[in-house]
Ligand binder design. Structure first.
Ligand code: DLL
Length: 436
């Protein structure tokens, strides 16, 4: 179901809305936020200079560092009194990034999430279990409001306590699961250990996943576990921009539709910072054109994707972003070769004898980068055969070499022995970081 008419406007109509909203928001940040005014003045840009959408490229970028430098509320355009909600995302280093919402921002957020949930097949008949951690993370409360707005029955089970999650799922007849893809796989595995076949004994038919990447191979794992007819969609967002609700996949599964009347998307070359032509892959840069409290302009997401403007079979006309290849800061450089963990995942998940969990450990020995991949066997059947394990290790190693052009050492480990995550999975350990 298409939730809002704004999802089907012509390119001219959408661009007209974008331009007037952009002009308004640029004026507002220039007047209200000293840090923005300073940056714009340094680049010799005044709000009046934004005469067309193509003038956006002259505006300065905003980065996570700007948020840190202005911690906690320095980039806000409203007083604290006008905020009705505050969230934060904890980075691995430094202060958290703080984001805030006015009453109207909450309405926009709810609307944007309702759109992406409706795209993924949600209706008011659904019983929705939200297995994202409630708290400062935007995922849980974002989905919560959007799904309630559609009229689904929302169960805020939060993350963790997986056996209890499964009991609720069974007893409440949960039809819709909200989780990170890695946690959704874990819930399915635990259900199996408890003696259920998730595809037959549970009623979950919709998976609204997000907060981290899901490769196509992982989507196939999801069907195997939860049933071939499950509607499995990816949803993208970021706390700094709004949280979930920036974009989501429709049931055609051909990229995530961006809510373009609220967000303007550009793709840049992360090195040169030049805007790339439509269709090229690069870093996603987003401008928030309707938010009141924290309307970030040209925010560098560090996420790598490509934009697709061709109309989608679902009837929506909004631009789609391809499922992410990774984050520019996730990219590992191993012996000079650029490696995205998602490339490794694609290879691993196509090997039938292994499960969906893996860990990548990068190190440096004698000045040479090394990569070890710990891979979990799908079941115990191979554990007794040394020869078969050796053959499997060799097969995985060759496939990785074909795709990446470098060697990795493969370590097969027993089923269910690697760490599981209830939120976003952390699959890479780079031990080189302290040596540089
Ligand atoms: O993860 C917002 C969100 C929650 C979106 C739930 C969808 C569902 P942050 O915690 O600020 O916000 O993390 C943002 O997570 O820059 C991406 O690198 C990654 N990410 C989010 N969604 C996806 C996705 C939320 N569908 C960061 N595919 C982003 C790949 C994703 N990566």
């Amino acid at each position: 179901m298409i939730w809002a008419k704004e999802e089907t406007l012509s390119r001219n109509e959408i661009e007209e809305i974008q331009l007037s909203r952009l002009q308004e928001v640029v004026r507002r940040i220039y007047e209200k936020v000293p840090a923005y005014r300073k940056k714009m003045d340094q680049q010799g840009i005044k709000p009046d200079h934004v005469k067309s959408l193509s003038d956006l490229k002259n505006m300065p970028f905003t980065t996570k560092q700007d948020l840190r430098d202005n911690y906690p509320f320095g980039l806000f355009t409203v007083s604290k009194k006008e905020l009705v909600r505050i969230h934060a995302s904890s980075g691995t280093t430094g202060k958290p990034t703080v984001v805030g919402y006015t009453r109207n921002d909450m309405k926009i957020w709810t609307e944007c999430v309702s759109r992406i949930a409706a795209m993924g097949g949600t209706t008011d008949d659904d019983v929705a279990q939200i297995c994202f951690g409630y708290g400062m993370f935007t995922g849980a409360l974002g989905l919560h409001y959007g799904l309630e707005n559609i009229g689904a029955s929302v169960c805020p089970t939060s993350s963790g306590n997986t056996q209890k999650q499964i009991m609720y799922m069974k007893d409440f007849g949960t039809t819709l699961l909200v989780a990170t893809p890695s946690y959704a796989l874990h819930i399915g595995e635990v259900a199996r250990q408890m003696g259920f076949d998730p595809a037959k004994d549970l009623k979950v038919k919709i998976g609204l996943f997000g907060g981290e990447g899901m490769t196509e191979a992982m989507r196939q794992e999801m069907y195997k576990l939860w049933g071939q007819d499950m509607k499995v969609t990816q949803n993208y967002g970021m706390s700094e921009l709004i949280g979930p609700g920036v974009s989501g996949e429709c049931l055609e599964l051909c990229g995530m539709h961006i809510n373009e009347d609220h967000f303007i998307a550009e793709i840049i070359d992360p090195e040169t910072e030049e805007v790339l032509p439509p269709g090229e892959k690069g870093e996603l840069v987003i401008s928030c054109i309707t938010k009141e409290a924290l309307p970030l302009i040209r925010y560098r997401t560090r996420d790598i994707t490509r934009l697709m403007y061709e109309p989608c079979k679902c009837g929506r006309t909004t631009v789609r972003m391809e499922n992410l290849s990774g984050r520019s800061d996730d990219m590992l450089i191993i012996r000079g070769v650029n490696v995205f963990p998602s490339q490794i995942e694609e290879v691993l998940l196509k090997v039938p004898e292994i499960g969906a969990h893996y860990e990548i450990i990068v190190d440096r020995k004698d000045h040479l980068d090394t990569m070890e991949i710990k891979v979990e066997l799908a079941d115990e059947s191979l554990l007794d055969s040394y020869a078969k394990l050796g053959e499997l290790e060799h097969r995985i190693k060759s496939k990785i070499r074909v795709i990446l052009g470098i060697d990795a050492s493969i370590k097969l480990v027993a089923p269910r022995s690697l760490k599981r995550f209830e939120g976003k999975a952390r699959r890479v350990t780079d031990l080189r970081t302290n040596m540089l």
